[in-house]
Design a binder for this molecule. Structure first.
Ligand SMILES: Nc1nc2c(c(=O)[nH]1)N[C@H]1C(S)=C(S)[C@@H](COP(=O)(O)OP(=O)(O)OC[C@H]3O[C@@H](n4cnc5c(N)ncnc54)[C@H](O)[C@@H]3O)O[C@H]1N2
Ligand code: MOO
Ligand SMILES: [Mg+2]
Length: 401
């Protein structure tokens, strides 16, 4: 603890425990083309050997390695990809192209750049001669029939879908989509089709989160904007049915218009509140009528950072994803920090010439820095440091996926 605030590790551990206790067990079968971003509900095993037969990795000549002592070798057949060749005549070679099956009896391929076609039609191979097995992609070299190639709990992306397709898996069993009820609170928040009145601002968090949740494969039920009125918030929460998570923004700090924590404490359960991070301190986690609630702070950069570091891994874990860490890598700082911060900071940053540089505006009310940044840099609490010291940089490419 840090002055009563939870560390981010403590908060993550509690959220993971909550997620583990409420993992989604239902699954559905989806076509491969629809499976991007989803999570495997069961392992994918190879239905065939991959590759199904030994084949050539090069355009060149295939032969029995032992026959190299008899070269030059006559060419006894020509094999294109898609053919089904007969056995190789002993003492000969086969003209072969990339991806074509090796003829039975051949065990080695040499690329054509290292082969000389003599006037009599025979082929001589240049020194150094290839080792046995050169340029041959062996049968089952990538996967043996029956072998598990993608574990349950794998998040599917382009590479996983490509691998599944190479095994002929046209449909995959994935965990059903999470249903997230999204709620924006604040008297000042208006929708984009409204003109801005005095004191009002547009609802940016809704769009930030909606896009991110869709990327995570969630079904989003948008509950719209709610005023800072506890009765109305309660009524709206009472109406939520069938959601796996209520995700709200705003109203979680200590102001006289911040009601979420109080509502959870009185009508639900407040699991934790307030972390030693900046931005994002008043993050709130609880339950309301048995539905998990994550209340993100309303400042847009606080919404962004807390979703990235806490809500996102929580959602993925509920879907059964195990591998959520490690995120990021160390990069030397380009700046000094001479006064220690009491909270761990996450700053909008880029890596430039091997050093972390910061956006000029790190206000938690500002999103401009996040569109400039390539990631967040983590600045440790309770200590000063100087330029050149390593800091953890977490690319948005990882966080926004
Ligand atoms: N006395 C204290 N005041 C504050 C503290 C504190 O510890 N003591 N914490 C500050 C921190 S840190 C944060 S973060 C904010 C969090 O505020 P809330 O989560 O209660 O959010 P609101 O008060 O409703 O709004 C904060 C800010 O964000 C804007 N906002 C809210 N929703 C949206 C939206 N959907 N789209 C765009 N912008 C939104 C809102 O207008 C406010 O400017 O509290 C500090 N205060
Ligand atoms: O922690 Mo608040 O999120 O700094 O603005
Ligand atoms: Mg507030």
């Amino acid at each position: 603890m840090s002055g009563g605030l939870l560390s981010i590790e403590q908060a993550q551990a509690r959220l993971m425990a909550q997620a583990d206790a409420s993992r989604i067990e239902d699954s559905e079968s989806v076509a491969l083309a629809e499976a991007d971003g989803r999570v495997l509900a069961e392992a994918v095993c190879a239905a065939v050997d991959l590759p199904p037969w030994p084949n050539s990795a090069m355009d060149g000549f295939a032969f029995r390695h032992a026959d190299l002592s008899r070269q030059p070798l006559p060419v006894s057949q020509k094999i294109f990809a898609g053919m089904h060749p007969g056995p190789l005549q002993p003492g000969s070679c086969a003209r072969i192209f990339t991806g074509a099956p090796l003829p039975p009896g051949a065990d080695t391929v040499e690329m054509q750049e290292n082969a000389e076609l003599l006037e009599d039609g025979r082929v001589r191979f240049a020194e150094p001669l290839p080792v046995i097995g050169r340029h041959v992609r062996p049968q089952a070299g990538e996967a043996r029939r029956g072998e598990e190639v993608l574990a349950r709990g794998t998040r599917l992306g382009p590479t996983e879908l490509g691998l599944a397709a190479s095994l002929g898996a046209g449909r995959l069993r994935v965990v059903r989509r999470l249903r997230v009820a999204l709620l924006s609170t604040g008297d000042e928040i208006v929708e984009l089709d409204q003109p801005l009145g005095p004191g009002q601002i547009y609802n940016s968090n809704r769009y930030l989160l909606h896009a991110w949740l869709r990327r995570l494969g969630c079904d989003v039920v948008d509950l719209g904007i709610l005023p800072d009125d506890p009765a109305q918030i309660r009524t709206r929460l009472d109406g939520v049915a069938g959601a796996d998570l209520i995700l709200s923004t705003g109203g979680v700090s200590v102001g006289e218009a911040d009601f979420l924590g109080q509502i959870l404490r009185e009508q639900g359960e407040l699991i934790f509140w307030k972390l030693a991070i900046k931005p994002g301190k008043p993050l709130t986690c609880g339950q309301y009528r048995g539905i998990a609630v994550i209340g993100l702070p309303g400042n847009p950069a606080s919404t962004l950072v807390t979703f990235a570091l806490l809500a996102r891994p929580y959602l993925l874990r509920r879907l059964g994803v195990e591998r959520l860490e490690p995120l990021g890598f160390e990069v030397p700082a380009s700046f000094d920090r001479l006064t220690a911060s009491s909270r761990r900071e996450y700053l909008q940053a880029r890596v430039n010439e091997g050093r972390v540089v910061l956006h000029s505006n790190q206000s938690s009310g500002v999103l401009r820095g996040a569109t400039w940044a390539d990631g967040l840099v983590e600045v440790p609490e309770h200590r000063s440091f100087r330029a050149g010291e390593p800091l953890r940089f977490i690319p948005y490419a990882q966080l926004l996926a």
